[in-house]
Design a protein around this ligand. Structure first.
Ligand code: 13P
Length: 252
């Protein structure tokens, strides 16, 4: 749908040192005036420096998680206002690695999203089924439950992005069939329209994530209701992320 601005998002996860900011410089040089939005979510340690680096460029930055509380005695955690203060415009929430490694529930994700929205951040809410759930043909039920539980009522089409990331496709080199991707994205679109109405439901972007690479990006971006990608490993190097961005720019 042409009215939704496409989004190429990189999730650096627990990767990246100061020297790796050179990759972001390279990326901005290659895409001075991109035909899509480019978001990079580095580790929190790099956020401030990356935000300074990209302030005049086409890349915006985001965090990978935030706490549900605004401040307080939560050693090692980071708050939404801190992310915004460091220059972040977005925050990824409910990534399957957070759900698995830190036991985050849909309720946790929803609470974090409310705080992030209050801090003026846009939220990228992740959903996705495990292989066991897919093989048991529970994919849509799982995704439906995650959407209902994780997304607060107050979102708009501008401040909320959904990322569909099948857990079994993350970092494995395996991707669903294009038909499977299309089925889930259509389902997410329908659920958003039903809950939030056509305005919000049709303007919110839905990203695909899980083993997106230069070699498969174009075919994934041709699937209806795929408005971009949330890219892990292939977002770390400009040589990998740049062709994915180009494929998105060239998609419908
Ligand atoms: P990979 O692209 O490395 O599979 O990771 C996807 C992901 O989890 C992005 O959030």
């Amino acid at each position: 749908m042409s009215h939704r601005r496409k989004l190429a998002a990189g999730n650096w996860k627990m990767n990246g040192l100061w020297a790796d900011l050179a990759e972001v410089t390279k990326l901005m040089e290659r895409h001075p005036d991109p035909g899509c939005e480019i978001l990079i979510c580095p580790p929190a340690t790099l956020l401030s420096r990356m935000s300074d680096l990209t302030v005049d460029g086409a890349v915006v930055t985001g965090g990978q998680d935030c706490h549900a509380k605004l401040s307080g005695a939560h050693t090692g955690d980071i708050s939404a206002p801190m992310l915004a203060d460091a220059g972040a415009e977005h925050v990824i929430l409910g990534h399957s690695e957070r759900r698995a490694d830190h036991g985050e529930t849909d309720e946790d994700v929803r609470a974090k999203a409310l705080t992030a929205l209050d801090a003026g951040l846009k939220v990228v809410i992740c959903v996705g089924e495990t292989l066991v759930e897919r093989e048991a043909q529970n994919t849509l039920e799982i995704i439906g439950g995650q959407l209902a539980g994780s997304i607060p009522d107050s979102v708009t089409g501008e401040n909320m992005v959904v990322a569909y990331e099948p857990v079994w496709a993350i970092g494995t080199g395996k991707i669903p069939t294009l038909g499977q991707i299309g089925e889930v994205h259509d389902f997410i679109r329908a659920r958003l329209e039903k809950r939030f109405g056509a305005g919000v439901g049709r303007s919110a972007r839905i990203l695909y994530g899980g083993s997106v690479k230069p070699g498969n990006a174009a075919e994934i971006f041709a699937v209806p209701n795929v408005d971009g990608a949330l890219v892990g490993g292939a977002s770390l190097k400009a040589d990998d992320f740049s062709p994915i961005i180009t494929a998105l720019e060239n998609s419908r």
